[in-house]
Design a protein around this ligand. Sequence first.
Ligand SMILES: *Cc1c(COP(=O)(O)O)cnc(C)c1O
Length: 403
Amino acid sequence: MQPEITRELFDKVILPVYSPAKFIPVKGKGSRVWDQDGNEYIDFAGGIAVNALGHCHPRLINALHQQSEQLWHVSNVFTNEPALRLAKKIIDNTFADRVFFANSGAEANEAAFKLARYYAAEKYSPYKTKIIAFYQSFHGRTFFTVSVGGQAKYSDGFGPKPADIIHVPFNDLNAVKAVMDDHTCAVVLEPVQGEGGLTSATPEFLKGVRALCDQYNALLVFDEVQCGMGRTGSLYTYQQYDVVPDILTSAKALGGGFPISAMLTTNEIASVMHPGVHGTTYGGNPLACAVGCEAFDIINTPEVIQGVEKRRAIFIEQLESINDKFKVFREYRGKGLLLGAELQPKFHSKAREFLNVASECKVMILNAGPNVLRFTPSLIISEDEIKEGMNRLSTAVEKVVNS
Ligand SMILES: *Cc1c(COP(=O)(O)O)cnc(C)c1O
């Protein structure tokens, strides 16, 4: 007999590191999702900025289907066509000359941080190991990446951490100056902090950090796992700032829902690497790269990229009309469709409650910390879907305000 699959089963069989919503999604199409009982939801969460083309995009289905009849996996003992094709697309559209594929944002960052340390040791000195990172930043959940991340709640409780990592306030150039020295191998940051509350880097800050990195021979690492791949209205966010990093990591939307990540760098930096220094079994998997190629081709078009600002404007207009009624939002944050609505102080620490009530009202949203509602929908969500979802959110807000 098959076991009955219910939300209660989650609490019995899954490691209790999440508390997912009370319903189980079983089907998605575009920006709509259905649960086991056939209820329909509008999806403003996009699988946390992953489903940039919504659910089950016909061209992604086709790419996955075609590749599934060709070749699933060979490991990196052999290379494969989809991986080479995707690497070429990424290189042709960014600063990068070299790509390393992995399966998650954390793994891409792990590779980035190891590369930065290795490069400094090979090129300058084994003592050039300091990594400068920022409070509220998020870089993944492996031990190196939580340690570089600036949130103690994720990094504490697991024993001794990787050493020589220092955190300073984001957007504070003087703070970076105060800790930067010849022993610094890298400065690591998200151009728009995703999990940490959707703070965007100021242009002066990024330019200043770039100059300091050049002065001290340190590498500038941009984590664009969440803000990359069209999300903020350019293919990568650095392209809006006119500041070029030395290493960039990409994941989330890169596979449009299929797990894949990439670390990008230059020939100069890549030149210290040789076979055996770093590796992965699944990285560059043909299925993931075939879907990644198709997602890349769809996202990297003026139609999709330029549609981002238009959609942001509709989102904000709708949020404003909710705000006219209920006075819940203080400010809009982030860039493009990495959009945050900071709650008024009166509702601080209640973001999660808004999220829960929203899902009862059949709209899926996210939070970014305790005080910010986060919207990371499909980049091609329709105006009707935005308005429908916002009607539902308005009902949810009313419930929370009156509770
Ligand atoms: C999600 C995220 C990560 C981690 O990615 P995983 O795929 O969960 O390992 C790293 N950095 C940023 C900025 C992210 O948003």
